[in-house]
Design a protein around this ligand. Structure first.
Ligand code: NDP
Length: 240
């Protein structure tokens, strides 16, 4: 039977305790991977996965995460840089704190997650990384100058690292979700939600599981073996 060949692969997911990250952890477990995930504050246990409390903005903590995962589960094959936040406001009201928090988490957090892992992947000439970007980073969004900048930067980061990593047999891709039903969009007022849904050809928000399948495809050493530096949109044709 055909398979994504992710069985027994060690995969680290940041922000795996809820939302899109939790769906990714659950799917990878179903696919037979050995999964570790990080959470910042609230660990809703994901059965069978290794949960580690670590803030992606803390470089030393992320180094310790990589060490712990390799010690407990084995060499890391895959990383899903998923942890992210919003701190929205129209630009004149956006504070330096809003700016720094979002850039530190969504962009520097990806850097902190990957620096301890990438050299080891190069040594082993194997690995697949998926960074979670956003539709906001591709087309911009009201009140999200900070968030959109961080998510656009993640695409530039992934494309550049993909070019460097190819010679080592390591692939780096991004998934760019549209509006997905998680806590992150819960705070959007109903009227705004209705307007957004009316702009989406599928006339609904996406589900975390629909993002998880795209991530699994890009992690797979067989399904996406010739794909790197790519951005896979999961947005119901909201932006094409
Ligand atoms: P949620 O708000 O539901 O979950 C965010 C996750 O990130 C949580 O697990 C949270 O951990 C973790 N996290 C946040 N900050 C940190 C930090 N400093 N260190 C470690 N972990 C952290 O978000 P979603 O599931 O919706 O989003 C997941 C990713 O997908 C994000 O990168 C987001 O930008 C992106 N995305 C989401 C879209 C959507 O519509 N939902 C659309 C496009 C992209 P804790 O619970 O402990 O705080």
């Amino acid at each position: 039977m055909a398979s994504l060949k992710l069985e027994d692969k060690v995969i680290l997911v940041t922000g795996g305790n809820r939302g899109i990250g939790a769906a990714i952890v659950a799917l990878l477990q179903e696919l037979g991977s050995k999964v570790a995930y990080t959470y910042r504050s609230n660990c809703d246990a994901q059965q069978g996965a290794l949960a580690i409390q670590a803030d992606v903005t803390d470089k030393a903590a992320m180094e310790a995460v990589a060490e712990q995962v390799e010690e407990k589960l084995g060499p890391i094959y895959g990383v899903v840089a998923n942890a992210g936040i919003t701190s929205d406001n129209f630009f004149p009201k956006l504070t330096t704190e809003d700016w720094d928090a979002v850039i530190d988490t969504n962009l520097k957090g990806v850097y902190n997650t990957l620096t301890p892992v990438i050299p080891k992947m190069y040594e082993r000439t194997e690995g697949s990384v998926v960074c979670i970007s956003s539709i906001s980073g591709e087309r911009g969004n009201l009140g999200q100058t900070n968030y959109a900048a961080s998510k656009a930067a993640v695409i530039g980061f992934a494309k550049s690292l993909a070019r460097e990593a190819a010679r080592y047999g390591v692939r780096i891709n991004a998934v760019s979700p549209g509006f997905i039903e998680t806590d992150m969009v819960k705070s959007v007022p109903d009227k705004v939600k209705e307007r957004i849904v009316s702009e989406i050809p599928f006339r609904r928000f996406g589900k975390p599981e629909e993002v998880a399948w795209a991530v699994a495809f890009l992690l797979s050493p067989v399904a996406s073996s010739y794909i790197t530096g790519e951005v896979l949109r999961v947005n119901g044709a909201h932006y094409t």
